[in-house]
Design a protein around this ligand. Structure first.
Ligand SMILES: [Zn+2]
Length: 428
């Protein structure tokens, strides 16, 4: 995620031939909540004087005011360096915006010890709450740094429980953009008064953010089959101060309506909390789709194995072996058998008739699906397809006049086109 956007060089890659489809048309009206991360200001090292930081802040607030946008600003308290920065937070409140917690030190959850991470988030919460209490305000919202919510089920659950206990609600992002990646080139070009570079960057920023807006919105609408509310993530930076006016103006022409946090957060689609476990963050819609895909993969794998048991119990070994890939490998006490035809031949030798086959039961103990994140040409992380699964199952075989035989099997399956096939089977 920490790399500069290669601007639009790779855009054609967005529609690879294998998944070619029409460019999504966004229809209807979409309520949109604007969220601004890394207050008091993002890329602090590029804005190293109080006056420079105040200028960017006032410019951002002027655009929000012009378009009547009620925003949530998420504060990284480590970046509140002194009274001048506290004043910037006051400017946000005075302009009618809400402030949320974005942790103290902006740590990366997957590479941080769980309790150290919770302690850092708590430190940010306590500081911001103190600031807000002094102004008669309540803290309600939280945003995960890098949108990384947990890379194991236990760590995901730990932060969710802690947010509940402390009365903070995580605000998901539906329109995830790489706006931050424009800031360094923008500030450099502005410093050098390089108008050509600034114009190009402006054009690329608008292309990139508009494209992300359409693609993510279409994604949410497709998932829920209705116009879905959206949450845009942008950062408190100088390129935003220069570009939001054109961006927000364009959004209005495309049916986006700027609304409050309360309206968007009350929607059931935004309120979903998918059990997305991963190393990278990304769009709320991507998480929901991924969790649905995982559930579907598990269902498909379970159906394949149930079908296999039924084939066995009908005495149809050929059908039973169709679940194996052509190049499958079967690992038994007698060694490794390679290829579906050989696996079928082995079964036929060992189970020559329905009496020897008996009745098979397969019970799934555990399924782990295999997938990895992918990076889009625009620099966003999205969960890749579920392309494989490993399954631990218990088998048992009942035969007339014999004690029940049982054992465990470890299966590795791959998705081949629309179907699932067993590629490894280690039956013990
Ligand atoms: Zn951040």
């Amino acid at each position: 995620m920490r790399r500069t956007l290669p601007y639009l060089a790779g855009l054609a890659l967005l529609a690879p031939a294998a998944t070619a489809q029409d460019f999504p048309t966004v229809r209807g009206e979409h309520p949109l909540l604007v969220t601004v991360d890394d207050l008091p200001i993002a890329s602090r090292r590029l804005h190293d004087t109080d006056a420079a930081r105040e200028k960017v802040t006032r410019d951002l607030l002027a655009v929000l005011h012009k378009h009547a946008v009620p925003a949530i600003g998420f504060v990284t308290w480590r970046n509140v360096g002194g009274p001048a920065d506290v004043k910037l937070l006051d400017l946000w409140l005075e302009a009618g915006h809400e402030l949320g917690n974005h942790s103290f030190g902006h740590l990366d959850y997957p590479t941080t010890d769980t309790e150290a991470y919770v302690a850092d988030v708590e430190k940010g919460r306590a500081e911001l709450q103190r600031f807000l209490t002094a102004r008669g305000r309540q803290l309600r919202f939280f945003r995960f740094p890098y949108l990384r919510e947990g890379d194991t089920p236990a760590r995901l659950a730990r932060m969710r429980a802690w947010l509940r206990e402390t009365g903070q609600r995580n605000v998901p992002v539906t329109i995830d953009t790489q706006d931050w990646s424009f800031e360094t080139p923008w500030v450099k070009a502005a410093g050098a008064a390089d108008t050509t570079a600034l114009n190009r960057l402006a054009e690329d920023y608008q292309h990139a953010l508009r494209l992300e807006t359409l693609l993510h919105t279409a994604d949410g609408d497709a998932l829920f089959e209705r116009p879905t509310p959206q949450v845009l993530l942008v950062h408190a930076n100088a390129v935003g101060a220069a570009q939001w006016d054109a961006l927000f103006g364009w959004m209005k022409t495309r049916g986006f309506r700027f609304v409050s946090a309360d309206e968007v957060m009350a929607d059931a689609a935004i309120g979903e909390t998918p059990e997305f476990v991963g190393r990278y963050g990304g769009s709320h819609w991507g998480r929901i789709r991924h969790v649905r895909r995982q559930a579907k993969a598990r269902e498909d794998v379970a159906a394949l194995l149930a079908g296999q048991a039924a084939d066995w119990n009908r005495g149809d070994l050929e059908a039973f072996c169709r679940a194996y890939a052509d190049d499958a490998a079967f690992v038994g006490k007698d060694g490794v058998t390679r290829g579906r035809a050989e696996v079928l031949a082995r079964y036929r030798r060992r189970y020559p008739d329905t009496n020897t086959m008996g009745t098979l039961r397969l019970e799934i103990d555990e399924v782990r699906d295999l997938w990895g994140p992918e990076i889009t040409p625009l620099g966003g992380a999205v969960p890749g397809a579920v392309h494989g699964a490993s399954v631990v199952a218990r088998w048992s075989l009942k035969r007339e006049g014999q004690p029940e035989a049982s054992g465990h099997t470890l299966l590795v399956l791959e998705r081949r086109g629309r179907d699932w096939r067993i590629v490894h089977d280690a039956s013990l």
